[in-house]
Write a protein that binds this ligand. Structure first.
Ligand code: C2E
Ligand code: MG
Ligand code: MG
Ligand code: MG
Length: 283
């Protein structure tokens, strides 16, 4: 089988790479069973409105806890999921879980949004539209509170086709976000070619603004561009107070990061939401 590794010019430690390969194959084989066994689930990271100090939304992040091997990084198993052709299946599962969680949040009277990561590889055909439509119907979640974060936009083959699929999704009432802006090929061409409502500045970039005036200047101009284009700008991965302070200075309104909150289980999220809203209103 051809893998991208096969094209790498330098081969170090063949045995180790063979081990990785076997590990990847066994991972692929276990994905479906893990979903059925509930080993794959979601955690939710709060997104804070820094102007009002309120909880404005949460992002669903998938987790895999294997009883024997412990936690497997989503970066790792999502890549294997793509290779195994199970991305659509995983996405359906995550969407369903996240919309149900969103319903629970709304049940207690709130309009907090739910963001779900969608791999750009699913924007090759209209099937994703049916999946989102069915999930909204089945869960009864308010489409206006659902945000689809498009990840791996570098892998969009046909920008025009992706644009028309995103327009179809938007006609369901959901919002579209561009994830990981500023790294790799999550670039201006993709940004202008697709109908985004939100843009997320990648955490590797956000991480550098406390140390680099250049990074800070670029972040500031991204925030300004968002304002001019009427697109919500979110900074992801703010880890410390210094970074929060700079984001505040450049007028970045929406922030996610360990400095504010880590990804939480649903139970902890509901608790967080209650105590956050209590402290906010001072009651
Ligand atoms: P992402 O969508 O850009 O998500 C942000 C990642 O940054 C998450 O990692 C989150 O836990 C982490 N993060 C947030 N704040 C901080 C911080 O202050 N410091 C640090 N060091 N990290 C922070 P996670 O959960 O490991 O997810 C990694 C990536 O995997 C995601 O990046 C996303 O691209 C992908 N992913 C996660 N869940 C899903 C999913 O359900 N579907 C798809 N297609 N991709 C997913
Ligand atoms: Mg994301
Ligand atoms: Mg992101
Ligand atoms: Mg990222």
């Amino acid at each position: 089988e051809e893998t991208s590794e096969a094209h790498e010019p330098i081969k170090i430690a063949k045995a180790a790479s063979r081990h990785d390969e076997l590990w990847d194959i066994s991972l692929r084989a276990r994905i479906d069973a893990a979903m059925e066994a509930g080993e794959i689930y979601c955690v939710y990271q709060p997104k804070i409105d820094m102007f009002s100090g309120s909880l404005t939304g949460v992002e669903a992040l998938v987790r895999w806890h294997d009883p024997e091997r412990g936690f497997i990084s989503p970066i790792k198993f999502i890549a294997q999921c793509e290779k195994a052709g199970r991305m659509e299946h995983l996405t359906r599962y995550v969407l369903q879980t996240a919309c149900n969680a969103g319903r629970l949040m709304h049940f207690r009277g709130s309009t907090v949004s739910m963001s779900v990561n969608i791999s750009a590889t699913l924007l090759n055909d209209m099937r994703i539209v049916g999946i989102v439509r069915n999930t909204l119907q089945a869960t009864g979640f308010d489409p206006r509170a659902l945000i689809l974060e498009i990840t791996e936009t570098a892998r969009i083959g046909d920008l025009e086709r992706a644009a028309s699929i995103l327009e179809e999704l938007k006609s369901l009432g959901v919002k579209i976000s561009m994830d990981d802006f500023g790294v790799g090929a999550a670039n201006f061409e993709t940004f202008f070619g697709l109908p985004f409502d939100e843009l997320k500045i990648d955490r590797l970039f956000v991480d550098s603004i406390a140390r680099s005036t250049k990074a800070r200047a670029i972040a500031s101009s991204i925030v300004d561009m968002g304002k001019a284009a009427r697109i919500t700008v979110v900074a992801e991965g703010a880890e410390d107070d210094k970074t929060l302070q700079i984001l505040n200075e450049i007028g970045c309104r929406y922030v996610q990061g360990y400095a504010l909150a880590r990804p939480l289980s649903l139970t902890n999220l509901l608790e967080f939401k209650e105590s956050y809203e209590r402290s906010e209103t001072g009651t």
